[in-house]
Design a protein around this ligand. Structure first.
Ligand SMILES: C[S@@+](CC[C@H](N)C(=O)[O-])C[C@H]1O[C@@H](n2cnc3c(N)ncnc32)[C@H](O)[C@@H]1O
Length: 449
């Protein structure tokens, strides 16, 4: 969806130059510093008081990363020689300039002039001619350049080549759809706190506030906003009426067959979206234990539960080493929402395209296998372990769980019979974009009596 420039709040903003320079610096921290976009934006946006400027920085950062592999291929065609390593901020500025020309509905003279001026703000006045020449060159030669980069799959699909290859292998009929979905802007999806309100009541509240929204397919308490808004603009967000959560993630709690009196373990809980949903779904549970290895992220679980008026036992612990925190307790339900490649949520986190590397996948696969094996003894006979990822890679999903079943004769797969997703050799996969959901994988495993 492109915004028309006439309704674009930042077009002739005097501060836009700074926004472009700020975006270039933040992008450089992701591209060269290999830091996550969320992390750098959280800090970077704090220093920008003007709301419109913040919106532009965000748009440039997300958009440039989303289309990075395409923009980079264009840049390589447009430069006579590569920019020096020490000019990586300038390189990010030019990429964001190309993004404005290629993908934002801004008047091209605004995009070019403001980007050229931003080079001065980066203390690189020497480069204004170069920035100008590259951006004008793109304007002039656009059709030819686009044809020239068409031979490269990475440029064409705006994803890294190694990931495209893996998707072609794993999803021979769907890889293009997955890549296309990875380049879309994600919807803002909400989960209504059923302990405090109902979906129809919250929809009515949104309508009164002039926020257009509709129920989310497949979910009982999900809502999709027509146009995303900042969370602090959501009525009752602070007092826990609602949380932000994608539709696919909202399907997890329903698969756990929650019932009063059960003990539930959420073994990889932070930031607590699913812990909270479990508590909202079944207030009669005997206990909910939420653990995470990352102490900083675990604080987000505590904050979220407090905001929503919910309570759980929150532990800073390593799920792979239960002996260090578990004193013989067992849990009839275990949710294992493992760390994964996040290849199903690239539309939300376009920096994954740059930050994830092929070698990460094999180390994630071994960590996941280790976590599965460590959790299994905590499940009593008859209990259920739900393994989930936001990945679309078979190694982390169906191959991982099929191997686990082979190695654990007391584990049986409980088929997930639902109207969404598609069955795999083991478990069920939602591909990104299906009914506008994130890519997500689920496998239910029962311990035999
Ligand atoms: C996919 S995220 C969980 C998202 C969470 N379930 C939610 O819905 O909000 C995976 C989490 O696993 C945690 N993690 C990774 N290794 C772990 C381990 N060995 N023990 C416990 N938590 C771990 C990470 O810190 C991360 O917070």
């Amino acid at each position: 969806m492109h915004m028309h420039w006439k309704v674009c709040p930042w077009v002739s903003d005097a501060k836009a130059t700074n926004a472009r320079a700020s975006a270039a610096r933040l992008l450089d921290q992701v591209v060269s510093g290999r830091r996550s976009l969320n992390e750098v934006l959280k800090i970077g946006l704090q220093n920008i008081a003007d709301g419109r400027e913040r919106a532009l920085v965000q748009e440039l950062a997300y958009g440039t990363l989303r289309w990075y592999y395409q923009l980079d291929a264009l840049l390589q065609c447009l430069l006579n020689k590569p920019l020096k390593k020490r000019d990586s901020d300038l390189r990010c500025l030019v990429l964001s300039g190309l993004y404005q020309l290629a993908r934002m509905a801004l008047p091209s003279h605004v995009a070019i002039n403001e980007t050229v001026q931003a080079a001065r703000v980066l203390d690189k006045a020497w480069a204004t001619g170069l920035v100008n020449a590259v951006l004008r060159g793109y304007q002039r030669r656009k059709p030819q350049l686009e044809a020239d980069i068409g031979d490269s799959a990475a440029a064409l699909y705006a994803h890294p080549g190694w990931l495209i290859e893996r998707l072609v292998q794993d999803w021979p009929d769907d890889w293009e759809t997955i890549l296309w979905a990875g380049n879309q802007r994600p919807p803002l999806s909400l989960r209504v706190n059923q302990q405090q309100t109902t979906r129809p009541d919250y929809l009515a509240l949104l309508q009164r506030e002039g926020i257009k929204a509709a129920p989310l397919a497949h979910t009982l308490h999900g809502i999709k906003l027509e146009v995303p808004v900042p969370v602090d603009a959501l009525p009752g967000f602070d007092t826990g009426l609602v949380s932000v959560q994608d539709a696919a993630a909202q399907l997890t709690a329903g698969l756990l067959e929650l019932a009063p009196g059960l003990h539930v373990l959420d073994a990889c809980a932070a930031p607590g979206g699913k812990t909270a949903h479990i508590l909202e779904t079944e207030p009669g549970l005997a206990s909910v234990t939420a653990i995470d290895i990352d102490e900083r992220r675990l604080r987000l679980v505590e904050d979220n539960l407090a905001r929503l008026g919910l309570a759980a036992r929150v532990l800073h612990a390593d799920a792979a080493e239960p002996a260090s925190w578990c004193d013989g307790e067992s849990y009839e339900r275990i949710l294992l929402d493992v760390p994964c490649s996040a290849t199903g949520v690239i539309r939300r986190h376009p920096d994954i395209k740059l930050l994830r590397r092929p070698a990460d996948i094999s180390s994630l696969v071994s960590r996941q296998a280790q976590l599965l094996s460590a959790m299994w003894p905590l499940l009593p006979a008859g209990g259920m372990l739900l393994y989930t990822t936001c990945s679309v890679l078979a190694d982390e999903n169906e191959r991982q769980t099929a191997r686990f079943l082979e190695d654990h004769p007391d584990a049986v797969e409980q088929k997930i019979a639902v109207s969404w997703g598609r069955p795999c050799a083991c478990g069920r996969q939602i591909l990104p974009g299906e009914d506008d959901m994130d890519g997500f994988y689920f496998a239910c495993m029962r311990k035999q009596l």
